[in-house]
Design a protein around this ligand. Structure first.
Ligand code: GDP
Ligand code: FE
Ligand code: FE
Length: 207
């Protein structure tokens, strides 16, 4: 673990053009054209939390910043737009039994690839898997999954524990977040997407 006194602030990130020709400000402008002000604030909070984690756990900050800013890019698409995309892009048709909560990750990854020209698989997978996780998440995916849970705007019971845990053990935080989410879904008696169970089995069960 690194000393955290020299932590990079989000607005100190300058993109290299390795992943997109746009600057960070241009990416934020484009994101703000499709998201409400409230959700843009969430996205910037996720970037802030994700960059702290990237510093602590030694991940590529440019990939992490882009994945964070773009993780909810599809969140305000209509159900009809998302359904059309699931079909036209030959995505898993089982998705059609779910809704926006499950769709916006995988649909977002495709939109971001098309609209931003981003090809990097780590960035796209982090967007794709940010809601339900995956059994084999790399460091960028792990960071976005956790940052979405602990960003400064979140206020549910358990978030403080997750924030403290994230300072010492990223994998433990994934286990904690996954258990919290599954318990919440069981409590609400809603459908659990099978990949969420796969994430639970890989990262949380019997740990
Ligand atoms: P947000 O996009 O920043 O609001 O956060 P997420 O993308 O992480 O989650 C969106 C919503 O999906 C949250 O309300 C989660 O509780 C919910 N969610 C996560 N996993 C599942 C699942 O397996 N099934 C269902 N029905 N909802 C889920
Ligand atoms: Fe999301
Ligand atoms: Fe989010």
């Amino acid at each position: 673990m690194k000393d955290c006194t020299s932590m990079t602030k989000p607005n100190e990130i300058t993109y290299s053009s390795k992943y997109t020709t746009l600057s960070r400000e241009e990416v934020i402008d484009k994101v703000s054209s499709v998201l409400s002000a409230r959700r843009l604030k969430h996205v910037l909070g996720v970037e802030e939390a994700a960059l702290e984690l990237a510093e602590r756990y030694d991940a590529d900050k440019e990939k992490v910043s882009l994945a964070a800013l773009l993780h909810d890019y599809a969140k305000e698409q209509t159900d009809e737009e998302m359904r059309d995309m699931i079909i036209s892009e030959n995505m898993d048709l089982d998705l059609l039994q779910y809704g926006n909560n499950i769709w916006h990750g995988p649909v977002g990854a495709i939109l971001v690839k098309k609209q931003f020209g981003i090809e990097d698989s780590h960035i796209l997978d982090a967007i794709r898997h940010h809601t339900v996780g995956a059994p084999d998440m790399d460091i960028v995916e792990q960071i976005i999954y956790v940052a979405d849970f602990i960003e400064p705007g979140r206020s549910f019971s358990g978030v403080e524990t997750a924030r403290e845990l994230a300072k010492v053990d990223l994998k433990e935080t994934i286990a904690f977040s996954t258990i919290h989410t599954i318990e919440h879904l069981l409590d609400k008696n809603v459908k659990i997407y099978p990949k969420a169970i796969e994430t639970y089995n890989a990262w949380a069960a019997e740990k």
